[in-house]
Design a protein around this ligand. Sequence first.
Ligand code: MN
Length: 317
Amino acid sequence: MRIEKEIGSAETIGIAGHVRPDGDCVGSCMGMYLYLKKVYPSARIDVFLQEIPEVYSFIPGTEDVNTQYQTDVEHYDAFIILDTGKGRTDGAEVFFDNAKIRINIDHHISNKEGTGDINYIYPEASSVCELCYGVMDPEIVDKNIAMALYTGMVTDTGVFKYSSTSKKTMEVAGKLITYGFEFDKLIDHVFYEKTYKQMQLLARAILDSKLILDGKVIVSVTDSKTMEEYDAKGSDLEGIVSQLKLTSGVGCALYAHQLSDNEYKLSLRSDGSVNVAKVAETFGGGGHDRAAGITMQGDIDDILAKVIAKIEESISK
Ligand SMILES: [Mn+2]
């Protein structure tokens, strides 16, 4: 499929992604926006997203995004929804419903059928950005478009590491870097960089950690006192559990942070030797085989003892 063939001639085009936009959502929306601006120089093109997280504001065109979901266009000639079905597009759903041509491009298995008249859904694709490149004319793609698409590929694959990464993913990424942008800096910026506060909290979590069960499991807790000391939010602790899991010999990491007096949020990561989804489910949590979470009430020592016993049981199986 070639996107401009599906759209045909158009004077008004809308684009939207999902609520709480991530790198793939912002990258695909902006890549598509910049591309269609070149193909349809006289068309009015609107992009609707709830917000642009600061980390993605370097992508050209993000300053044009409509975060208010207000428009005077009654019926867009074409409307494209990216990285979701129409149900998670906030105020854009009605614009999509009223559009003449409705296109849905997604890679979520939960949206297998698609919600458009034209659906381009490939659950095996690493990212919608990978799919977007496939519907574009490589001659029209430029450095800015490539940068936007590369952003989504990097964030949705954890820098080409998650199981969704395929030969095709690497081929598309390989083509994108030929447009000439500093992909090393881009990767650091969108994936590895942390604020100084996050760095300090990570350091504290590592210092306070303990290796147990013959070094197969690592455990660490950040309490409210430490959270207050750094004026930290839960989002400042993202990535700590994955970093703990990278300790040599460790098959499972358990990281907890205090939510209130008597409540803790636990995150679990595993290399596959422990099914952490099963461990989490025992305590009312959930997730995937290698990444799961639980919210638990009680004394932290009791909580850890219970969860660690379950992990131990799972290792010895
Ligand atoms: Mn995605």
